[in-house]
Design a protein around this ligand. Structure first.
Ligand code: DP6
Length: 408
């Protein structure tokens, strides 16, 4: 007896940032956070999991390369918790008189996982990766648990992963309990609630490896005084305000809070000792450009946010995306060798028109000449995506594992 399940899960980008743990082992945060889930059509992790009596140990392949499961506490946490729930479920079925319950919890598991976006794009894949792994295991074990329950397990793999269990607008409620049983993700609104909001990701070239989120936030918790103010005063207020803005579809309020929270997250990083600086010159000029754009007669038209790296994510109403791409690609021109890879226009906003040679005189006057034209390739790639749904179960044909349980 063996079985394989294949699932996909989305990437999420926070607008109220998670930064700081009160419990490193259980991954319990020092503040609540909120994110938007991006469409899986553009960015997704796909994972197949299987069990079989012939397997001799738990094995996992990430983008074709085998990882040592026994060496990763985070992978083991996710696996052992889903397995424990399965064995509890088996016991409860037996108690109800079901004598033919399959003892899946006793078998080893094989898993294979890939991302449809290049790792070189510098996008964090741990959120979609752990969300997908946990969701697929829960489906494999047929666990009768809620999506928020699954999010608590994914949280022990990587904090931000808990938010990738839902589509649309998602809050991670920090919770108060020591055991983490109330620290979970909940959906604030599905993506269909506010379909006008879309995202563009500016993939900034940067060879340098940034300080990892895990170690960066550890140092921040130990040394930043500003973080204490953020935790006690700022985030609780902003969570309420941004949830209200989402409910009311108030873009200006949503965008202002998003930009302020990104700024404060990076301020807290700089307040860390020794300081952490994730933004580079390109990131800073993107902030300057969007600040100018938002100073025009229509007020705020786009919101930037940055995670633990130099890439910018811009949330904006669909109607503003075309002009944003035009002036961004003017000030940060594509490498001449490969303009299609720079912006493939997946949602066809230019409908075959050329976007590659925008003229400065066509831009809103407030952005003209604000920043210099950067060298070609300072931004590698522009990804444009709507928001999207939570994890999906895929058909058998999508499996990444062979009948023997090895990666295809
Ligand atoms: C800046 O979830 O990657 O992206 O829990 O240690 O795995 P660990 O950290 P991780 O941190 C994400 C930090 C962030 C902000 C956010 O996504 O909220």
């Amino acid at each position: 007896m063996s079985k394989t399940i294949t699932c996909s899960a989305p990437v999420n980008i926070a607008v109220i940032k998670y930064w700081g743990k009160r419990d490193e082992e259980l991954i319990l945060p020092t503040n609540s956070s909120l994110s938007c889930t991006l469409s899986q059509d553009q960015l997704q992790t796909r994972t197949s999991v299987s069990f079989s009596p012939t397997y001799t140990k738990d094995r996992l392949w990430l983008n074709g390369k085998e990882e040592d499961v026994s060496k990763s506490a985070r992978l083991r946490n996710c696996l052992s918790e889903t397995r424990r729930l399965r064995s509890e479920y088996e016991a409860s079925l037996e108690k109800k008189g079901n004598s033919s319950v399959a003892k899946l919890s006793q078998y080893f598991v094989h898993a294979a996982s890939i991302n449809n976006f290049p790792t070189a794009a510098g996008l964090a894949s741990s959120a979609s990766g752990y969300a997908c792994f946990v969701f697929a295991l829960c489906k494999l074990y047929e666990l009768p648990i809620s999506v928020s329950d699954m999010s608590r397990i994914a949280r022990t793999g990587s904090g931000s992963a808990c938010r990738s269990l839902f589509g649309g607008f998602v809050a991670w409620e920090m919770g108060q309990l020591k055991d983490g049983s109330d620290s979970q993700a909940v959906q604030i609104a599905p993506e269909t609630h506010w379909p006008e909001i879309e995202a563009i990701i500016l993939v900034v070239s940067d060879a340098k490896k940034a300080t990892s989120s895990t170690s960066g936030m550890q140092t921040t918790v130990q040394t930043s005084e500003l973080l204490q103010h953020r935790i006690s005063e700022v985030v609780p207020r902003r969570m309420k305000e941004i949830i209200h803005a989402i409910e009311q579809k108030d873009f200006k309020a949503f965008a202002e809070i998003t930009m302020k929270d990104s700024n404060q997250f990076h301020a807290v990083c700089l307040d860390t000792y020794p300081p952490i600086c994730y933004l580079n010159d390109v990131s800073k000029k993107v902030i300057e450009l969007l600040t100018a754009y938002n100073s025009g007669p229509d007020g705020i038209k786009a919101a930037y946010t940055f995670d633990a790296g130099p890439n910018a994510v811009i949330y904006a109403p669909k109607a503003n995306i075309k002009e944003l791409i035009q002036f961004i690609s003017f000030y940060f021109p594509s490498p001449r060798s490969n303009p299609t890879a720079y912006f493939p226009d997946p949602l066809k906003i230019f409908q075959g028109e050329s976007w590659a040679s925008p003229k400065e005189s066509d831009f809103p006057s407030q952005v003209r000449g604000i920043i210099p034209v950067f060298p070609e390739g300072s931004i590698n790639r522009i990804i444009h995506t709507p928001l999207g749904d939570g994890p999906r179960v895929l058909d058998e044909g999508s499996s990444l594992l062979t009948a023997e349980g090895l990666p295809k």
